[in-house]
Design a protein around this ligand. Structure first.
Ligand code: PLP
Length: 400
């Protein structure tokens, strides 16, 4: 047997922990176990009907739907994305400054690929979305992790200033945040923009949870000032706001030279995203889904119920996040305790025990650079959330 050598580049990265845990919870469910999986970052609502119907109509019509489009996306879609940024964020982008990709994940991959060289540093506030450090490492960069747990999960000007070195190329901003649900105010973000003024440091602002804000309002980093705009690649997509995770459409906009480089990278990997998904996105982006206010209300109620239930579990401490659909309780009081014969030595062991003993799937905070925390998604039905809450509380009472 020939043993094939893997590239050093790919050996630097780990598979996505959240996807792996979601698969594990699903596998247990498939074996007949009554698992409540709060692992995935996926809306439990249907893609709006008019969006699905528009895709069906395009498929029936044939023509464009069966063809390649320009790498960056259909010209009408680029215009629709530019309109979205103008309408929702007050940002003026020309269609040439827009790139449509296979999910926001792909947009971020392209952006990091276009900006990061071997040895470059990228500042990543922790807790962070699992893919940022892996993508940075894949492209030869070094993630510089800045812990924000002590400052309400907000990156402060002071912490940012201390993390910057001559090698810093990019700062990642993600508000509302996965995994914490934290929403950074205009003031929080302006403090970051002020530190970056006069530098050549870029910002990748991942705004995929823009529409899921329950307290305060969303602020687009690029909209802070012309200076902020000139250094920012704004990333968004339809996955979370339109319940379209499976359609795999994300988009980015920003300085034209960076977007042209991202386009070149995409031209040699996926080319255009699937045409029917682009056409459905064109329908979606015409306006916010009618269902959105209702979804937001439901998410907010679920969040409130879950936060209350987690705080009622002895030892857990859970802040009320302002956005996204995650809660991020502090479980440090549970570490070092025993559940039956199992010692909960860290958050990973705790998650394993929660899954196998209490049949609740969550993700350990250490996967997001925040050991001692857990992430639960509340993009799940009220009944499932109530069941999970009851099981977590019972698990907590059983600890010794
Ligand atoms: C913070 C963050 N950014 C980007 C993405 C990727 O979104 P998409 O499904 O559009 O690739 C996710 C998905 O979970 C996310 O949580």
């Amino acid at each position: 047997m020939t043993s094939l050598r893997l590239s050093r580049r790919v050996q630097r990265i780990q598979p996505s922990a959240t996807l792996a845990l979601t698969a594990r919870a699903k596998a247990l469910k498939a074996q007949g176990q009554d698992v409540v999986a709060l692992t995935a970052g996926e809306p439990d609502f249907e893609t709006p009907l008019h969006v699905r119907e528009s895709a069906v109509a395009e498929l029936k019509k044939g023509g464009v739907v069966g063809r390649y489009t320009p790498v960056a996306g259909l010209p009408d879609l680029l215009k629709a994305v530019a309109n979205k940024f103008q309408r929702d964020n007050g940002l003026t982008y020309k269609p040439e400054q827009v790139l449509v990709s296979c999910g926001a994940k792909h947009s971020i991959f392209n952006a990091i690929g276009a900006l990061v060289d071997d040895g470059d540093e990228v500042i990543v506030p922790a807790p962070y979305w699992v893919s940022y450090p892996e993508m940075i490492r894949f492209f030869g960069g070094t993630p510089v992790i800045v812990d924000t747990a002590a400052t309400g999960f907000v990156l402060t000007a002071d912490a940012l200033r201390k993390a910057i070195t001559p090698r810093t190329r990019v700062v990642i901003v993600n508000s509302p945040c996965n995994p914490t649900g934290a929403v950074w105010s205009g003031k929080d973000q302006q403090a970051i923009a002020d530190v970056l003024k006069g530098t050549d440091i870029a910002v990748i602002s991942d705004e995929i949870y823009e529409k899921l804000v329950y307290e305060g309002s969303h602020v687009a980093f690029a909209a802070l000032s012309p200076d902020a705009c000139s250094r920012t690649i704004t990333v968004n997509g339809v996955a979370k706001a339109y319940a379209m995770t499976g359609w795999r459409i994300g988009y980015a906009a920003g300085p034209q030279a960076v977007l042209a480089a991202m386009n070149a990278l995409q031209s040699h990997s996926t080319s255009n995203p699937t045409t029917v998904a682009q056409l459905a996105t064109l329908t979606a982006l015409a306006k916010d889904p009618e269902e959105l206010p209702l979804w937001r209300k439901q998410y907010q109620t679920r969040r409130d119920n879950l936060v209350k239930a987690l705080n009622a579990a002895p030892g857990l401490k859970c802040a009320t996040p302002g956005g996204a659909f995650y809660v991020f309780p502090d479980c440090r009081a549970w570490l070092g305790k025993r559940h039956g014969d199992l010692l909960l030595k860290d958050d990973a062991t705790l998650c394993e025990a929660l899954l196998t003993k209490a049949l609740v799937g969550g993700v350990p905070g250490s996967e997001f650079g925040a050991p001692g925390f857990l992430r639960f998604s509340y993009a799940a039905s009220d009944a499932e959330l109530a069941k999970a809450a009851e099981r977590i509380q019972r698990f907590g009472r059983e600890l010794q």
